[in-house]
Design a protein around this ligand. Structure first.
Ligand SMILES: [Zn+2]
Length: 247
C-alpha cells in the first residue's frame, strides 16, 4: 500500500472528529464541470452576464435559458461517485461529522451524508423569488422558461449568485466545524477562494491535522496541509476507506 494512503488510514483511525472541505474536484468524476479554471463553465459563460444577481433580477428568462437550463440537465442526471460514497461511509462509521462543501450539486446528500454545510447554497433546489417556496430542481418542469411557482413567482436556483453574500449560518457553522475537528480532509479544492480558504487555516490553528487529496499541488500544500495525497478524489478516497474497513 502507498505510504501516504497508509498514513491517512492511521490518522483517520485515530481521529475522533473528522470534517471534510470539498470542492469541484470531487464532483468532476460525476460529470459536473468546475466553474473556475481550465474547461470550467466560466470559460464559456461570462459570470457577470449570467451568474450575477443583477443579471438574474434584470432578465431571469435569459439566465434560465443560457445557464440554468444547462446546469439543470447536468445536475439532474449526476450520481455520487466513489469520492462522495467514501465520505458517506466515513459518516456511517461515525468518523466524519460534517462536510463543508463549495459545490452546489447536492451529491454529498445523495450519497448519504446528513450534515452538509453548503457554502454556496444548492442547485438541487429552486426557490420562488416571491414567496420563497422551495422545489426540488429535478422535479421542476422547464417546458416554459422561466419556470414558475404555484404563486406565479419566478423560480431561481437556491444557490449563491455573484453579488450575493454567503449565508451567515453556513459561515458560522463551518467555522465551528473547522475549529472543533481533529482531522480535516481537504478534497478536490485548492481552497484559494475566500471565505472557504479560511476553513483549513482555522482547523490548523486549532490543532487539527490537515490531509489534502488533490490531483496537483495547491497553495495549501506544505503551508497548511500536513501531507498531500496526489490523485483523483474517487480513487484515493476509495483506497483509504477500503483499507480502513479492513482494520
Ligand atoms: Zn411562490
Amino acid at each position: 500500500m502507498d505510504d501516504l494512503i497508509r498514513r491517512a488510514v492511521e490518522d483517520l483511525a485515530a481521529a475522533k472528529n473528522v470534517a471534510a472541505l470539498t470542492g469541484a474536484g470531487i464532483s468532476i468524476e460525476s460529470g459536473i464541470p468546475p466553474f473556475r479554471g481550465k474547461g470550467g463553465i466560466w470559460e464559456r459563460f461570462d459570470p457577470m452576464e449570467f451568474a450575477h444577481i443583477d443579471a438574474l433580477m434584470r432578465d431571469p428568462a435569459k439566465v434560465w435559458r443560457i445557464l440554468v437550463k444547462e446546469m439543470k440537465e447536468i445536475v439532474d442526471s449526476a450520481k455520487p461517485n466513489d469520492g462522495h460514497k467514501g465520505l458517506a461511509k466515513l459518516e456511517a462509521r461515525d468518523k466524519i461529522k460534517t462536510i463543508i462543501t463549495q459545490n452546489i450539486d447536492g451529491l454529498h446528500q445523495a450519497a448519504g451524508n446528513t450534515d452538509v454545510i453548503e457554502y454556496h447554497g444548492t442547485f438541487a433546489w429552486q426557490r420562488c423569488m416571491d414567496c420563497n417556496q422551495k422545489y426540488e430542481t429535478r422535479k421542476v418542469d422547464i417546458s416554459e422558461i422561466p419556470p414558475r411557482c404555484e404563486c406565479g413567482g419566478i423560480l431561481r436556483p437556491d444557490a449563491v449568485f455573484f453579488g450575493e453574500v454567503i449565508p451567515a449560518e453556513a459561515m458560522w457553522r463551518s467555522r465551528q466545524a473547522a475549529a472543533g475537528c481533529d482531522l480535516m480532509l481537504v478534497v478536490g479544492t485548492s481552497a484559494v477562494v475566500q471565505p472557504a480558504a479560511m476553513i483549513p487555516v482555522i482547523a490548523k490553528d486549532n490543532g487539527a491535522r490537515i490531509v489534502e487529496i488533490n490531483p496537483e499541488r495547491t497553495p495549501l500544500t506544505d503551508e497548511i496541509s500536513d501531507y498531500l495525497i496526489m490523485g483523483g478524489a474517487g480513487e484515493v478516497i476509495n483506497q483509504i476507506v477500503t483499507a480502513l474497513e479492513k482494520m
